[in-house]
Each structure stands twice: as C-alpha cells, then as structure tokens.
Design a protein around this ligand. Structure first.
Ligand code: PEP
Length: 248
C-alpha cells in the first residue's frame, strides 16, 4: 500500500513559512517519491501553498471544514471552498477540534461526508485520551469513534484514518510498538467488517509525536500506512527525514 505522510501545521505559519513547503517540494523533485506527501497549512496560507506546490509531488489539505456548502456560518470554511482553493483533502475530527470545539463523532461523520461531496479525501482522526488508556478503554473508544465518524460514502480512495492517541499529540510521548500494532490491527478488522475489500485498502496513519528518531519503528508496524505529523512537519528537514523513512 502506498504510504501517505501528511503534515498538519495547525495554527502555525505566516507567509514566510511557505519556504518550508518550497524546500519540501524541491527536495522531493530530485527523485522518485514512493509515498504520497501532503501538507495542511492554516487556511490563510492554503491558496498560496497550492501555488508553491503546483507541479510537485506535494498536495495541500484543509485542517477542517463545515458540513454545509455555503451559508451564514461566520468564520467557517466549506469543503467546496477548500476544493476551489486547490486542496485535495481535508482533516476532520482532529482531537484539538474535538476538545477545543466540542466536536462529536456525529459531526465528524457529517464533515467527512461534506469532504466527499466536494471531491476531497477525508483524513478522519480518532484516538483515546490518557484517562481512557489507563482505564483500559482504548480499543472500545477507538471502535466507537470509528463506527460513528465514518459516513457510508467512505472508500479506499477518498478516506484515510489517522489513529492519534490524544496523550501523544505534541507531548513527545508515543505508545509502544506493541500498542500501536494492537490498535491498528483492531482498526483494520473494523474497517474490513464494515467496508469489505475497501476496508482492507484504506490507509491507516499513525499520528502523535512522530519524529525522525522514532519514525522507523512506528512505520514498521503492520497496518501503519503512513503518518500524520504535527510539530515535525514545520521543519523541512525533519519532515523530509520522516518521508524518507515512510518510503522504505
Ligand atoms: C497532530 O497534530 O496531528 C500531531 C500528531 O501532532 P504532533 O506530531 O506534534 O504530536
């Protein structure tokens, strides 16, 4: 399965940061790239980044979208607008959206469907909190988020799952390789039960403190089909080093 490495810049980056995407594009232009590479910049940089990445191996994604096509929703962005700006994908259900904005899996389901409606790939994030892990609820939480967040329109081409333990995001902590294997294996089984062969072909990314130093062991786990990278995607060399690991 061709891996996907997606960088989530979150609320980071001014126009000068476009140089990071420029550096990533030019480094990747020097050779054959055997992974899909994507950056999700803040909305203010999206169109400019699409211009920077035009003709390169790097595609551009939104970090969130509204469920409606248009309307009276101040501050929100429709999936159709992301598509019109040149994005090919949208991240939905990131834990920071679930926590900061109270997003439920039902809303994430509708946002993913909106992404599909607009012709975008939906990167659907799920993952347990530290309290849930300590309570032994990881697999149950992940299964229920997965069941409720994925609309029927999901297929292997338009959907990517990102397993991101909330406690590993931005903390430098990561689960053990055995823990990642257990959760990704459970996600794969759930996807196959619900979507059949499409579920076997859907990519499942790991996210949460992926760095050049730990990427190799995390990416070697069965059913880890790439990475969703936060902090390390803000530095071109770190992001490139992670991409290089995912390619091998
Ligand atoms: C993320 O924001 O999706 C993420 C995984 O962040 P970090 O890599 O910084 O933990």
């Amino acid at each position: 399965m061709r891996p996907l490495v997606a960088g989530n810049w979150k609320m980071n980056g001014l126009r000068a940061s476009l140089d990071v995407s420029r550096d990533v594009c030019s480094a990747l232009a020097r050779g054959d790239v055997s992974a899909d590479v994507m950056i999700a910049p803040p909305a203010t940089l999206l169109m400019a980044m699409v211009g920077v990445c035009a003709g390169s191996n790097v595609s551009v994604a939104g970090q969130d979208c509204h469920t409606a096509k248009s309307g009276a929703h101040t501050g929100d962005i429709a999936a159709e607008m992301l598509r019109d700006a040149g994005a090919t994908a949208v991240i939905v259900g990131h834990s920071e959206r679930r926590t900061d904005h109270g997003e439920t899996s039902a809303l994430v389901h509708d946002k993913a469907a909106a992404g599909h409606r607009a012709g975008l790939m939906a990167i659907i994030c799920i993952g347990e909190t530290q309290a849930e892990r300590h309570a032994g609820q990881t697999l149950a939480v992940v299964a229920s988020q997965l069941a409720a967040s994925l609309p029927p329109s999901c297929d292997a081409r338009n959907t990517v799952i990102a397993y991101e333990p909330v406690w590993a995001i931005g903390t430098g902590l990561t689960p053990t390789v055995d823990d990642v294997r257990e959760v990704h294996g459970a996600i794969r089984r759930d996807l196959e039960t619900r979507f059949g062969s499409a579920g076997s072909a859907m990519r499942i990314l790991y996210g949460g403190s992926v760095k050049p130093e730990n990427a190799r062991s995390l990416m070697s786990v069965a059913h880890v089909n790439g990475a969703l990278v936060g902090g390390a995607s803000l530095k071109a060399q770190d992001f490139l080093d992670i991409i290089a690991v995912c390619e091998t």
